[in-house]
Design a protein around this ligand. Structure first.
Ligand code: AMP
Length: 148
């Protein structure tokens, strides 16, 4: 059976962005792992016993980025599942999309990560390196573009 993990693609809207374009000023949060090849990823982690997937996504976001559920708005209608091999086992990762309410909210990393960045879509895709993650970010962005 695949290892299951859940997380949130977190974005913020910079207040200085012009109102005319809804997706201007959108930046995505990526964390750099302190393990392995130090790849960049949204906050995510393994589902604990008794937890549902969305609870895991919020808990991991709090643990890995220091953002509590009350600081976030979950965006209805977006959910994406990735499948890739990790450490010789199949892994499934489910992501939702959430906006941080205060674009200056403090990010507090755990020991699992060594850096974070807020990035425009293009730069987020460059750092995200894995094609499935790049597609996920692009789809999330298109979803936000299509909302208004
Ligand atoms: P992670 O799932 O981010 O904890 O990473 C576990 C392993 O899977 C590491 O070796 C990563 O380099 C690799 N990995 C992470 N994300 C992806 C992805 N989206 N596609 C393929 N491999 C990945």
């Amino acid at each position: 059976m695949a290892v299951r993990a859940c997380g949130l693609i977190i974005y913020r809207r910079l207040q200085s962005a012009p109102c005319s374009k809804v997706t201007d000023g959108i930046e995505y949060l990526l964390l750099q792992t302190s393990y392995g090849t130090h790849h960049w990823t949204p906050p995510k982690g393994h589902v604990d016993p008794g937890e549902d997937d969305l609870q895991t996504a919020f808990r991991e976001t709090q643990e890995e980025a220091g953002l509590h559920a009350s600081q976030l708005t979950l965006i209805e209608g977006y959910k994406k599942e990735l499948h890739y091999p990790a450490h010789g086992k199949p892994k499934t990762v489910v992501y939702w999309l959430a906006e941080v309410k205060d674009c200056n909210a403090e990010i507090k990393l755990s020991e699992e990560h060594q850096a974070f960045q807020w990035l425009k879509l293009e730069d987020a895709c460059k750092l995200a390196e894995y094609e499935d993650m790049q597609v996920t970010l692009k789809e999330a962005h298109e979803f936000l573009c299509s909302k208004k």
